[in-house]
Design a binder for this molecule. Structure first.
Ligand code: SF4
Ligand code: SF4
Length: 253
């Protein structure tokens, strides 16, 4: 039977909970695969080879790094699950703004901690990642589709269209045109645009679509009343280290 591992590094475990929420699909998967390593869902140790490994969370401690390197050696295919694993996550959003010590002192009030850590980073900074499934949390359908594809020897493929594409297919009224800050034009679709359907602007939790125009997005956001600094912070929430824009420090893009 195909051996599957699902593990978490630094994160909220929300993606693993979302996988558990797959319910019927998960029950079917149980007849096809052996979830050999899934600490959130089952007891016991497993130290053998894995056919498929899903890793959630960012690499933020030396323990995370050690665990990841060890697991990579045992896994034939590694999938980064969720935006922490893919981009560093929310915890990486200010990585380029301060030194680690300054951030630790700000959060914990001291520098000395009982564990060694570094700035939150995506898995791909340390190991080869075969597939990326971003999202906060990961999309259940995409997780199931990925497992089904890989079990059938097919490479999972998700086109990096903007969220606006799915938002328009759902016939939602455009929030950006109504003055609500929304990152749909530069964010990676695949979620079905649930936020805009509820009247909340896209927060970009799945990272960038292909060819994102951050400069123009910043311009649209400032036209909707955000200061340039707040617009930059808004775009950086889930993009962390991956957010790059020419003239980032210039006011009034
Ligand atoms: S509401 Fe947002 S995602 Fe939907 S069309 Fe407008 S800008 Fe795009
Ligand atoms: S609409 Fe935006 S914030 Fe909401 S789930 Fe999709 S990518 Fe994430």
């Amino acid at each position: 039977m195909v051996k599957v591992g699902i593990v978490g590094l630094t994160g909220c475990s929300g993606c693993q909970c979302e996988i558990l929420n797959c319910q019927d699909a998960l029950l079917k998967l149980l007849t096809l695969v052996d979830f050999a390593l899934f600490p959130l869902a089952k007891d016991g140790e497993f130290d053998g080879e894995l056919d498929l490994l899903f890793v959630e969370g960012s690499v933020s401690t030396f323990l995370d790094k050690e665990k990841l390197l060890k697991l990579r050696e045992k896994a034939k295919i590694l999938v980064a699950v969720g935006s922490c694993a893919c981009y560093g996550g929310v915890q990486a959003q200010r990585n380029d703004e301060a030194e680690l010590e300054q951030m630790i002192r700000e959060v914990y009030g001291k520098w000395e901690l009982p564990f060694e850590l570094f700035k939150p980073s995506p898995l791909s900074d340390f190991v080869e990642v075969d597939y990326f499934l971003p999202g906060c949390p990961v999309d259940k359908k995409q997780f199931v589709y990925t497992v089904a594809s890989l079990l059938n020897g097919v490479k999972p493929f998700f086109p990096k269209l903007p969220v606006c594409h799915e938002c328009k297919l759902s016939e939602n009224e455009c929030l950006l045109l109504k003055g609500v800050p929304c990152q749909g034009p530069v964010s990676y679709a695949g979620c079905g645009a649930p936020c805009t359907a509820k009247g909340v602007g896209c927060q970009g939790c799945r990272g960038d679509c292909d060819f994102p125009n951050h400069q123009e997005m910043l311009s649209l956001l400032t036209q909707r009343g955000l200061s340039y600094e707040d617009a930059v912070k808004f775009l950086k929430v889930f993009r962390g280290n991956s957010f790059k824009v020419r003239g980032l420090n210039e006011k009034g893009a």
